[in-house]
Design a protein around this ligand. Sequence first.
Ligand code: BGC
Length: 424
Amino acid sequence: MAFPKGFLWGCASSAYQVEGGNLRSNWAAWERRKGLAPCGAAANSWDLWREDLACLKALNANAYRFSVEWSRVEPHPGEFDQAALDRYTEMARALRQAGIRPIVTLHHFSEPAWLYERRPKGWLEDGPEEDFTRFVDRVVLALRGEVDDWITFNEPMVWLLSAYGLGRFPPGLHRIISLERNFIKNGLIDRVARAHRAAYLLIRGAIPKARVAIAQNVVDLEPARPRVSDLEATQAWDRFMHRHLLDLLKSSKTLDFIGLNYYTRIFVRGSRLFPLGTMPCYRELEVLLGRPLFRLLGGRRGGRPETDMGWEIVPEGLGRVALSLWRAYGLPVFVTENGLADAAGDRREAFLREHVAALAGAAAQGAELMGYLHWSLIDNYEWGDWGPRFGLFSVDRERGFRRDPAAGSKLFAELAASNGACLS
Ligand code: BGC
């Protein structure tokens, strides 16, 4: 298996999903409003971060991606919690001392509740850009000695679509009709691109050797039928969900690599009933419409084994996507998330082996790759749900948040120790 020297092997997580106690986040308010399972103490990583570090060591990891919780660091507009910033600095330092490269995400879905108290339409209004930049400035000041690798926004398109299109994330706005007008023409995506650019300049100004990117969720897309209309719909969805923002960032020269979050493959069908004339057959759409209507409208799902989220397991899609991003942008690709919900633990090992093999295939075809981060290090809060188990370590929330190795952790440790050679 050919992975370059210096290839990073590690895990990813996000603050809101593991830390616990982030009651000032807009997500905490959203859980109450929607009657969702509360995140509460999550996996208690705010207190138990040294145990998470021990898990990373047991996995032979040399990288860890975590996020800084905006609502913790800036509980009130313009008021910063220095003790919280110090804790993140201490964490990053301890990681480095253990030979684990910290990779910091600045925006991973959760935002301070005050942002929406001031402006109920959030990023549809002016303001959040400046707020975000002020937050980034303080985080960079605190972490500049410890962190070189940065992700500004995690899955910005998934976040925008969920929060401003489908009403599934706070602030719960429904603007899915006329997607192009609402997201592109009215400048929502441009705003995020500008906020990224401001963060990029701040980071690179403070840390000249820093590498900065977004983590883009890229799904392996296939036309539902061998027809021109479905092929065009597939390309349209790819442009909208995957490429539009990356193109903007590439052209403003504010991307040092591409963070790739890969989970699954979906089919896409041309359909005038859907925005952009495109029906992207996500599992979530099938659930939303109900199977009979989904089928009636021409929805197609594949026949591969699925994860507990109902996402098809398509390892070769990771190779395809990594290679096509490398070819399209000429920037190194870093798999910043890949993993599965597998409560029974009967699919994770094969999943890991096959996805890593697919990635090695992309490397063999010339793709420049920086690393592979598994989602996730430990079981965590899946945005409204405690059911899905993504961790290489399980967390027993009833017994002191005990961490125990889960399926796949042994293989991961071997992969990391051998830089993938154990697969050959
Ligand atoms: C997100 C994570 C999430 C994971 C599994 C990614 O889209 O970045 O926050 O937990 O997928 O759904």
